[in-house]
Write a protein that binds this ligand. Sequence first.
Ligand code: FAQ
Length: 334
Amino acid sequence: MAAHHESGADLSAVLSPEDLAGQANFDRIISEDSRIEPRDWMPAAYRKSLTRQVSQHAHSEIIGMQPEANWITRAPSLKRKAILMAKVQDEAGHGLYLYSAAETLGTRRDELNNQLLEGRAKYSSIFNYPARTWADMGAIGWLVDGAAIANQVPLCRASYGPYGRAMVRICKEESFHQRQGWEILYELSNGTPEQKKMAQDAVNRMYAPALQMFGPPDSDSPHSQQSMKWNVKRFSNDELRQRFVDMIVVQAEALGLTLPDPDLKWNEERGHYDYGQLDWEEFSSVIAGNGPCNTQRMQRRRTAHEEGAWVREAAAAYAAKTAAAAAATELIGA
Ligand code: FAQ
């Protein structure tokens, strides 16, 4: 009997017997909601789409260090400085787990990095906005890490094993980040009138860009449907955005701060909060490289990469030396 893909296409006409068996095994694993591992056969499109998502996620973690690193020297106390340093280091760690997960799909890390440096790969729109005041550290933790968690908890169940497993640890660390952000805002909101104003101003600026982290509206999201069929994404961009809005309305009340959206109101019928239109033209413009900080973020990343050249060279020289020593020992042993 001819093998048929879910699209109805006769695959035996285009795939080799090995690929046909691989595709059947892949389809079974997905239908059982089980995991694909690096050595398993997978469709080229699955590999490509995951490499795209996981590497762009890694780039976001690395670029995402910049707005907060900017405040390490100006944190208001030694304790705040230590906490912020730990958070920024965590983001570097997330980048490393994610680059490692992406590499298991077959693209080397230097190539993934070149894609970023040459502008061929994206990173999250949110990191192209400036962090203007100390309160932004609070708003980033509460809203940006909060949105990241809402988006990433379902990714812990992503069908690709290395990605899902990396996400488990990342989500745990993001929870700590969100709490530290909440706590900064809580203190400021309950501080002097100037501090409260600073907290409100930070929330006013970060709110809409944080909602856009979930990606374009479903009607404009080319990857969502296929990604959900592959059990990579579990919910659509709009579903997760709605879930996040529902969550932060009560949190904002507890903080004594308001969310800057006059259309935000409970919809009894839907059982969700309605919220106002987001500026999708601004989103496209930021992704296209025209946000307030795109140039600065990429320039900083390129400089950091160049300044780190000696580390890569030393690591490569050390690897070559140990490989040569191991080969010599093997020769003697033979
Ligand atoms: N910014 O068809 P879709 C963090 C692109 S968390 C820029 O909907 P998909 C933690 C998208 O790539 C932030 N580009 O795509 C932290 C695609 O372009 P492409 C990172 C965006 O993949 C906190 C095109 O638009 N989180 O870093 C954005 O199904 C604090 C069409 O979009 C992740 O990456 C955007 N906001 O859904 C660090 C989570 N949205 O690739 C430091 C994992 C969409 O065809 C400090 N990724 N695009 O050229 C995902 O969940 C998904 O990839 C989405 C997009 C939801 C981001």
